[in-house]
Design a binder for this molecule. Sequence first.
Ligand code: ATP
Length: 304
Amino acid sequence: VLLLNNPVQRLGFTVNLAATAVASSARVFEIIDTFDELADKADAHSLEHVQGNVKFEHVSFAYREGGRPTLHDISFEAKPGQVVALMGPTGSGKSTITNLIPRFYDPIEGRVLVDDHDVRDLAIQSLRQQIGIVLQDSFLFSSSIADNIRYGRPEASDEEVIAAAKAARAHDFILHFSEGYQTKIGERGVTLSGGQRQRIAIARALLLNPRILILDDSTSSVDTETEHLIQQALEQLMQGRTTFVIAQRLLTLKNADQILVLDAGNVVQHGTHTELLAQPGLYRTIYDLQLKDQEESLVEEQRA
Ligand code: ATP
């Protein structure tokens, strides 16, 4: 297991779950307790009937009070259902941007708005219930596969769990275990591969049905077939939801409605793949260095 120092990464899906008052795994609450929660305002209101519009207005952010800002004057707007790809070198601030949407931290300047509400005015739980998070190493706990999928919505029926697993391309591998959905995972059960864990996390997110998603598109070392399944599962999950994806893959970038190219906490370029490729800049540099190889395999795949 990776040692993660970033709340979005550490919490993974549990973000929503803090909100749903599930009397469950003490471990999850330990994890949540390991960083300081921001408090609701006295007059905080609940987010209802969420459309999924997300706007950053001149947002600057520093992890330490008075410290050097990690994000500088970030502005953009994601319309409901749009896919925003975040890309840029390591440490450029991609995860930090995603940390501000569920309000793990507050900006030092500017505002983060969801459906035109400053997130600081919202009840944190009502905000986080609308945000699903699926990262490469999502958190699973030692219980059955069904419990893990159902975790955010304990009242979900078996049929709903199975439908989510099917959509997440997890149903088939689950049925390969002799105990099916009752198979125990974790310390006293079976060990799932990275690709299987990822699909369980996707099934869980589908069941939660949030309006906003935070993803990374990196897959653990899986074979091409599994990678395909994960890609399909992610596409299904993103359908109709505002999605922020920390993007490594060319296909994700090509399909995104907007790409934010980050460098040292600044948005240095903003546009679509075609627009960014047409101009000199960091995007084209990274494309030439890293993404061109993927282009060739994409073309080959399309031929096949
Ligand atoms: P990567 O691609 O490596 O995941 P990233 O673009 O997501 O990088 P961030 O994780 O957002 O970058 O980090 C941006 C900067 O903020 C880095 O300099 C990082 O060291 C710093 N940083 C990240 N998390 C914290 C934290 N919890 N406390 C202090 N500094 C942090």
